[in-house]
Design a protein around this ligand. Sequence first.
Ligand SMILES: Nc1ncnc2c1ncn2[C@@H]1O[C@H](COP(=O)(O)OP(=O)(O)OP(=O)(O)O)[C@@H](O)[C@H]1O
Ligand SMILES: [Mg+2]
Length: 214
Amino acid sequence: MKAQADLAFHGLVHDLNNVFNTILDAAELLESDPRWASLAELLQRNARLGQRILGGFAESRGAAVSVNEMLESAVKVATDALRAQDCDLEVHCKCEPGLHIRGSSTAWERAIVNLLINAGQAMPKGGAVTIQACRAGPHVEITILDCGPGIPCEDLERIFEPGFSTKPECSGLGLHIAESIVKQNGGSISAANREDASGAVFRIEAPCALAANS
Ligand SMILES: Nc1ncnc2c1ncn2[C@@H]1O[C@H](COP(=O)(O)OP(=O)(O)OP(=O)(O)O)[C@@H](O)[C@H]1O
Ligand SMILES: [Mg+2]
């Protein structure tokens, strides 16, 4: 009985998320026409409010986050934000299908967006980022590799400290926020440089969650 109720609940969350995403896509189309801009804003505000309410409710019921969907959404948010800074990030996703982790998809998305924005800022003229996600025993492992200059060895120890930044006018909070989110969800995050010295690599391990249909 419980499994059936869980399946119905996860199905409902999934379908309602699709409804909100469709409204957001339609609002994005309307936004470019000044005659409809305020209607677009109203739709976006309400669809996002709906997503937040649904996300909070799903989280309170211990819902599982689809890693693929969460990464897809994070990539969209980060690439849009970087494009506005004239940085074209080319993202290659190699993700095992059907992976789920515990927590709130909005929080996980925020953590990944911070990592992708950092990768973009390390490659201001644009460049490639590879995201890999796979099952590793009881965990899901998410790896983000960029092709920037990498992180100086003496900084590797400090980059997760709040306020540590090597960028002018940046607050140095992005990685601290990402680490807090990962830890709140029972996971861990580490940073290193790629073995071929051609960029940075961030690795997240998070406990697997049971998917709605497993
Ligand atoms: N992909 C990366 N490549 C090279 N250095 C990085 C990368 N990611 C993080 N860093 C280093 O870690 C520091 C801390 O990153 P963090 O995201 O916490 O802060 P920030 O990006 O400087 O500022 P904020 O995120 O608050 O805007 C960065 O200033 C940078 O020196
Ligand atoms: Mg940052």
